[in-house]
Design a protein around this ligand. Structure first.
Ligand code: DHB
Ligand code: FE
Length: 285
């Protein structure tokens, strides 16, 4: 059977992608940030999954205000890097896993989550920046990726609790797939940041670190936080953090009564662009 081996959490700041693409990672401003991902790139090589289930948000790139799916699962064979206004990032095309994605869609929809099925879409920095941070600059990404897009751009957005429960449904779906696949689930976006309005530039280190603590040790409590608290404490775009709860809800301590996950890596850095960057790797025991 397929099983989830680990979860990865990381911010997806677009300037990080531009810095990698323009070969500026050694610049003094960026060097401390990329140092925090050196462990992660080696860890990826040492813990190669068969498939990455990548929870992210589209930033009005593939979707727009014309149509706003709350949860959308990619069932395509391929996803091209999107042109977000300055040309597509020079990164590999993302290979999908249509069979596993279709199975997860079937199982999760039957568990009463209404997913939008996406057979064609381009993927923006929300998906490609986490891949770059974790995998570097390979000719091809190391494995197929199932994109799972969450609406955190246009209110109303899903609650942290619903995201956590959805993670549990995804874990159940994975465990009923009849092929011995190692799956990683990634929750991306965050941490505290606000890109517009009078509070633009907001960073809340105390909130971010408390969120990381809670996500690791008491994910049910993290899931119970109402969405308004994210906005107040972490800024209007800090709401992206609810996506981390999907990944956390899929871990084996939550679903199989196993021991708490091992913290393989934890990193926090300010600033990157106008954003606080947070990163965790949790391994199932
Ligand atoms: C920025 C954009 C994002 O989508 C994000 O999550 C963080 C920062 C930015 O434009 O700087
Ligand atoms: Fe974002």
């Amino acid at each position: 059977m397929a099983h989830i081996t680990a979860s990865v959490y990381t911010s997806h700041v677009p300037a990080i992608g531009a810095t990698i693409d323009m070969d500026k990672t050694a610049e003094p401003y960026w060097q401390p940030l990329f140092k925090g991902y050196e462990f992660s790139k080696q860890w990826m090589k040492d813990n190669q999954p068969d498939v990455i289930f990548l929870v992210y948000n589209d930033h009005a790139t593939a979707f727009s205000l014309d149509m706003i799916p709350t949860f959308a699962i990619g069932t395509a064979a391929q996803y091209a890097p999107a042109d977000e206004g300055w040309g597509p990032r020079p990164v590999p095309v993302v290979q999908g896993h249509p069979a596993l994605a279709a199975h997860i869609a079937q199982s999760v929809i039957q568990q009463d989550f209404d997913l939008t099925i996406v057979n064609h879409m381009d993927v923006d920095h929300g998906l490609t920046v986490p891949l770059s941070l974790m995998c570097g600059q390979p000719q091809a990404w190391p494995c197929p990726v199932i994109p799972f897009a969450v609406n955190v751009v246009q209110y109303p957005v899903p609650s942290g609790q619903r995201c956590f429960n959805l993670g549990q449904a995804i874990a159940k779906a994975v465990s009923s797939y009849d092929e011995d696949l190692k799956i990683q689930i990634w929750g991306t976006g965050g941490m505290s940041h606000q890109l517009q309005g009078p509070r633009a530039g907001l960073i809340n280190k105390a909130f971010d670190n408390a969120f990381l603590d809670k996500l690791i040790a008491d994910p049910q409590a993290a899931a119970a936080m109402p969405h308004i608290d994210y906005v107040r404490e972490a800024g209007s775009e800090g709401i992206e953090l609810v996506m981390w709860l999907i990944a956390r809800g899929a871990m084996s301590d939550v679903n199989e009564g196993k021991a708490a996950p091992t913290v393989a890596h934890r990193f926090y850095h300010v600033p990157a662009s106008n954003t606080a960057v947070g990163h965790l790797i949790l391994e199932n025991t």
